[in-house]
Design a protein around this ligand. Structure first.
Ligand SMILES: *Cc1c(COP(=O)(O)O)cnc(C)c1O
Length: 394
């Protein structure tokens, strides 16, 4: 079995699993309790906070633990929106290809009277900094742009975008769920005010993540209740998950350079192999790209059937985001980079993991080639294209 859907979720590392079970066995107290088993839980919780903070260049008190990336995105955006409202600023800048945790939160704010500007991400899936500069207005309270896209893997010039926001005194949030643990990030150097991350995207457990909020930014609660997380996120802390996440993050960070080097080599071999398929195209910038992301469109086929046939060959892949699979609409990310519906339907995302080998890559190339050719043999669209009744786009 070759698992190439690491953008959807990753397998927990041995360290992360071991840490989690050890916490469940030995450190199961309530961190808010005063007796020793509670205080022991509090200690490991605070150690985890310091560990997570140090990986991204933050201070421990700037880290709030959440149930994952979606919650962190929601809380960051709502916080900035409500802070903006206080000073009469109700305009938010984002991009058309954000994760739905961001886009749907923005939709909700739009219904509440906020104005949203979505920047173009162009054919290569990149934001142009001067276009951000031009989109910021007197009444802009927030810019939210993802560090790396979960479907096409493009990495934005976050530092430059953050600097623009800083100079215009606008809060800058980045959904860094695909980036944390995979590419270097530092909230100070990268001019980030708010950052979302999720453990299950870097070999930690599901259902846990964190929100970085620069000191001085008072978070708005999504969940009211007890005084956990300095009163900004009520509910007894998920101590095993949080500590396991911190261990997974340290591990990912320590191995980052070596992993990235291997992944880039494998990624580029995979891209070169798939490019040989006629009427295909790589989605997203070839250079500013996550080390593990490969995303292609193949003209004249349906991504869904491609996935099913690859599954038969032991390949677990995706046509885009896990959140949209099961829906017949093409990916909003591929539409945002200008792929037309027909082409966007024939997409394949292979998000490779650190343990991938050259032999795996060659098997992937061979299998995708076979399956694409096979499916085109049945495709009425392909028949029309070959007969000249329709124009090839790719
Ligand atoms: C996975 C993902 C999320 C959601 O994170 P969860 O922890 O699953 O809620 C948000 N943004 C991006 C870019 C993601 O890849």
């Amino acid at each position: 079995m070759i698992y190439v859907d690491n953008a959807a979720t990753t397998k927990m590392s041995k360290t992360a699993i071991h840490t989690m079970t050890a916490m469940m066995e030995d450190t199961w107290g309530n961190p808010s309790s005063l007796y020793s088993i509670g205080q022991r839980a509090k200690e490991v919780l605070e150690k985890a906070r310091a560990d997570v903070a140090s990986v991204i260049g933050a201070e421990p008190r700037e880290i709030t633990f959440t149930s994952g990336g979606s919650e962190a995105d929601n809380q960051a955006i709502l916080t900035a929106a409500l802070l903006g409202e206080k000073s009469g600023k109700k305009h938010i800048v984002s991009s058309a290809f954000e994760h739905h945790a961001v886009l749907h939160t923005l939709n909700k704010l739009e219904k509440m009277g906020y104005e949203i500007t979505l920047l173009d991400v162009h054919e290569n899936g990149m934001i142009i900094p001067s276009e951000l500069e031009a989109a910021i207005r007197e009444d802009t309270c927030l810019v939210t742009i993802m560090t790396a896209n979960n479907e096409i893997g493009t990495i934005q010039p976050i530092r430059e975008l953050g600097a623009i926001c800083r100079s215009r005194k606008v809060l800058f949030h980045t959904d860094a769920v695909q980036a944390v643990g995979h590419i270097p990030l530092n909230v100070i150097e990268d001019n980030i005010d708010l950052l979302s991350a999720s453990a299950h995207k870097f070999h930690g457990p599901k259902g846990v993540g964190f929100l970085y909020a620069r000191k001085g930014i008072r978070l708005t609660n999504l969940i009211e209740g007890g005084a956990q997380e300095r009163g900004k996120r009520a509910g007894t802390e998920n101590v095993p998950g949080i500590v396991s996440m911190a261990e997974a993050l340290k591990e990912a960070n320590a191995g980052m350079e070596k992993n990235a080097e291997h992944l880039v080599k494998m990624r580029d071999r995979l891209i070169a192999g798939l490019k040989e398929i006629p009427h295909s195209a790589l989605n997203g910038d070839a250079e500013h790209r996550l080390p593990g992301n490969v995303n292609f469109c193949f003209e004249g086929i349906e991504g869904e059937s491609l996935l099913l046939l690859l599954d038969d060959k032991g390949i677990q892949a995706s046509s885009g985001s896990a959140c949209t699979s099961g829906s017949l609409d093409p990916s909003h990310v591929l539409l945002a980079i200008g792929r037309v519906h027909d082409v966007a339907h024939g997409s394949l995302r292979l998000s490779i993991g650190e343990d991938i080998t050259e032999a795996d890559v060659d098997y992937l190339i061979k299998s995708v080639k076979e399956v694409v050719e096979y499916l085109r043999g049945f495709s009425p669209i392909w028949r029309d294209l070959m007969a000249g009744k329709k124009q090839f786009i790719l």
